[in-house]
Each structure stands twice: as structure tokens, then as C-alpha cells.
Design a binder for this molecule. Structure first.
Ligand code: NAD
Ligand code: IPM
Ligand code: MN
Length: 361
């Protein structure tokens, strides 16, 4: 169906600044391609630290039922670390969405884009072009554990890593399928089975087992420490990289940093079965250091919107959004580009430039 209902949650800091640019681009795409796109902006104060400071919770009661009725959530960023501890704000919002809506895939492209200087030497377009597939609901991000003997000399904390067979297998299956659909058919698994002696050997064991069903996919594995080194030294080695929740988190900031700015990177938090809404957001956070200055790069937010349209099968609109982002990055002048990519422009100058390209290219 050519219709899509989206709950819009901008959140904190630059989330509030990049969101209007993302919405303008989505509206331009929807208009051009006749998509009946509902962008419901009634959630402006949801998942904000201000709300937490006023009410003691990031989300109102009944949030799950209310958001369940949407196809997708378009999400900015959360965090105001000076006023609210990060684990409170994030576990009270984004992490709840991922877990309660069973968004077990975090899909994050790392792509060297035209017009953005690469911080790695001698890299050309095409040399960095891979996907990080991150497990998004379990692993190291578990709430099992606690503090014992507080305020005594025996004080300690413990936090368990949970890897369920279902949880590991489903993210691996997704990553193998994605690899299989790409020309190189190459999957890299992030491990650390030399040091983390129970969960990581288990991860490796499931990779090996799953690989038997994908004979055409070339699989390799690297320990996370050397894998981060190869990201920097030889990013052209990678096609699809699959990792646990924490490893995938780290790789999906490092990958985009290798392409010039984390401000351009998008992310899909996907429930592949469609039983629950999927969530699309930039990889970056609320960036308190630049919030309020109007200079945040809106491309991560806009590209996340592109991923959302692609996910729901609006291929023509998604392709046009992607091309518009590329053209803007390649040929948008100094007064259009944001400072993180070498310009003097603003969030709005770059965002509205992309939106106008979407309408006319
Ligand atoms: P961050 O991504 O917010 O910022 C890291 C650095 O990158 C900062 O210097 C920032 O100015 C820069 N940056 C980020 N996005 C940019 C953009 N679009 N354009 C230009 N520069 C950009 O990461 P952080 O500093 O670790 O976290 C800040 C807050 O955001 C914390 O509260 C953290 O928990 C939260 N956070 C939230 C999310 C999310 O909501 N998905 C993700 C990451 C961090
Ligand atoms: C991300 C972020 C989150 C994560 C934080 C804010 C909880 O870093 O989306 O990558 O660790 O998943
Ligand atoms: Mn992260």
C-alpha cells in the first residue's frame, strides 16, 4: 500500500534540530511519489529529559499501546547528560523501544560519500561501503545484575551478558541473508572468543552452524580489537559485518567516523516480521556540545528517513532521497555544508538544499 503512518519523536538536543530537516525531506519525497505519509508530530515532548525532570519518567503511561498502532517511529536522539544520567534517559526511552518492539536488528550503513574528505589516506568512493548488522535486544545490554554489599569494602557490581540461541540465530540469519543478496557475498563476524570465554565462543559456534545453510557466503571472523584496526587500515575488506550489541555499537560509530563524519550515519532498528513498529534514527546522539547552535549535520536524520522508505518498499522515493543526499554532499557549496564536513552552513541550509533536490532531480 502507498501509505505509511509514522510517529515522530525528536527527543533532546540536536534531535530537535535535525528532525525538521528530516521531515521536510520526507514530505518532499511523499509529495513527489504520491505516498500517503502521515508524520504524526504529537510526540514532541516524549522521550525528552525535560519531561523526565518534570514528571520523573521519559515516557507517559500507555506509551507502548499508543506507539504500537504506527508502522514506524522516526526518532531523533536522547540525552542531556549534565542533568539526567544517560542510563536513566536511554533505558527510559530508546532502549525500551528496541526491546519492547523486538527491534532485534540494528542495520547501519558505512559508506564513503562523494564530497566528504576521508580521514583515511588514499581511499576512494567504493572503498568503504559496508553494512554493520548489530544485535539490538540482548547481549551485553542486559538488565540482569546488580550491586552487592553497597558502601562496604566488599562492594561489587555484576552485569550479565545474555545470548539466547533465538536471539543470536535471528541476527545471524539476517546478516547471512543480507550478505547473500550482495555481489561480494562476504560476511565478517566480530568476536572476542580469546578473552570472553563463554559468550563469544558461543557466538562463534552459532556463526559456524548458520554458515552451513549459506554455502555461497564467504565467512570470516576477527577479534574485535584487531577488527577495529582493520576498519581504519583496510576498510575495503568489509561487505557485511555482524556483531553483538556492544561490538556492533562500537563498530557503527567507528565505521562512519572513517567516512568523515558520524553526523551522516543512519540506522534502522528493525523488527523484520513487522509485528511491531520499526524505528529509524541517526546513529549520533544529542550532541550537547553543539546543541542550540543550528550547525548539526542533518544527513544522518534524512538518510534514516530514506532507510525507512526503503524498508517499507517505497523504492523510487528512497532512491531519489539517496541521490539527493549524494548530490548535496558532492556539490553543495561552502555555505550549504555544515561545519563537520568542512562548510560554513547550517543544519537548515543543508537540510533544505536536500529537500529541494528531492522535489526536482
Ligand atoms: P554524540 O553523537 O551526541 O556526539 C559525539 C560528537 O559528534 C560530538 O562532538 C558532536 O558534536 C558530534 N556530532 C554528533 N552528531 C553530529 C551531527 N549530526 N553533526 C555534527 N556533529 C555531530 O555522542 P556523545 O557525545 O557520546 O553523546 C551525547 C549524548 O547523546 C549522551 O547523552 C548520549 O547518551 C546520547 N546518545 C544518544 C543516542 C541516541 O539517542 N540514539 C546515541 C548516542 C548518544
Ligand atoms: C546507539 C547509541 C545507544 C546504544 C545509546 C545511546 C544507548 O549509542 O544507538 O548507538 O548504545 O545503542
Ligand atoms: Mn552508539
Amino acid at each position: 500500500p502507498r501509505s505509511l503512518r509514522v510517529a515522530v519523536i525528536p527527543g533532546d538536543g540536536i534531535g530537535q534540530e535535525v528532525m525538521p530537516e528530516g521531515l521536510a525531506c520526507l514530505r518532499a519525497a511523499a509529495e513527489r511519489y504520491n505516498i500517503d505519509l502521515e508524520l504524526d508530530e504529537q510526540f514532541k515532548d516524549w522521550a525528552t529529559c525535560e519531561r523526565y525532570l518534570e514528571t520523573g519518567s521519559m515516557l507517559p503511561e500507555g506509551w507502548k499501546e499508543k506507539l504500537s498502532t504506527y508502522d514506524a517511529i522516526y526518532f531523533g536522539a536522547v540525552g542531556m547528560p549534565e542533568k539526567v544520567p544517560d542510563h536513566i534517559s536511554l533505558w527510559g526511552s530508546l532502549i525500551q523501544f528496541r526491546r519492547e518492539f523486538d527491534q532485534y536488528i540494528s542495520l547501519r550503513p558505512c559508506k564513503l560519500m562523494p564530497g566528504i574528505p576521508c580521514p583515511l589516506s588514499n581511499k576512494k568512493i567504493g572503498d568503504i561501503d559496508f553494512w554493520v548488522v548489530r544485535e539490538n535486544t540482548e547481549g551485553e545490554y542486559s538488565s540482569i545484575g546488580g550491586k552487592m554489599f553497597p558502601n562496604t569494602s566488599r562492594e561489587f557490581v555484576v552485569q550479565d551478558t545474555i545470548m539466547t540461541r533465538t536471539g543470536v540465530d535471528r541476527v545471524l540469519k539476517y546478516a547471512f541473508e543480507l550478505s547473500n543478496s550482495r555481489p561480494k557475498k562476504h560476511l565478517t563476524s566480530a568476536t572476542k572468543s580469546n578473552g570472553i570465554s563463554i559468550s563469544m565462543p558461543y557466538w562463534d559456534e552459532r556463526v559456524l552452524e548458520m554458515s552451513k545453510s549459506y554455502q555461497d557466503v564467504k565467512v570470516d571472523k576477527y577479534h574485535i580489537d584487531i577488527l577495529t584496526a582493520w576498519f581504519v587500515l583496510r576498510p575495503e575488506l568489509f561487505d557485511v559485518v555482524v556483531g553483538s550489541n556492544l561490538f556492533g555499537d562500537i563498530l557503527s560509530d567507528l565505521g562512519p567516523a572513517c567516512t568523515g563524519s558520524i553526523g551522516i550515519a543512519p540506522s534502522g532498528n528493525i523488527n523484520p516480521e513487522g509485528d511491531w513498529p520499526s524505528l529509524f534514527e541517526p546513529v549520533h546522539g544529542s550532541a550537547p556540545d553543539i546543541a542550540g547552535k543550528g550547525i548539526a549535520n542533518p544527513v544522518g536524520m534524512i538518510w534514516a528517513g530514506q532507510m525507512m522508505l526503503e524498508h517499507f518498499g517505497f523504492k523510487d522515493a528512497a532512491d531519489t532521497m539517496m541521490r539527493s543526499i549524494e548530490i548535496a554532499l558532492e556539490s553543495g557549496g561552502e555555505n550549504i555544508r555544515t561545519p563537520d564536513i568542512g562548510g560554513k552552513g547550517t543544519c537548515q541550509s543543508l537540510g533544505s538544499h536536500i529537500a529541494s533536490l528531492i522535489s526536482k532531480i
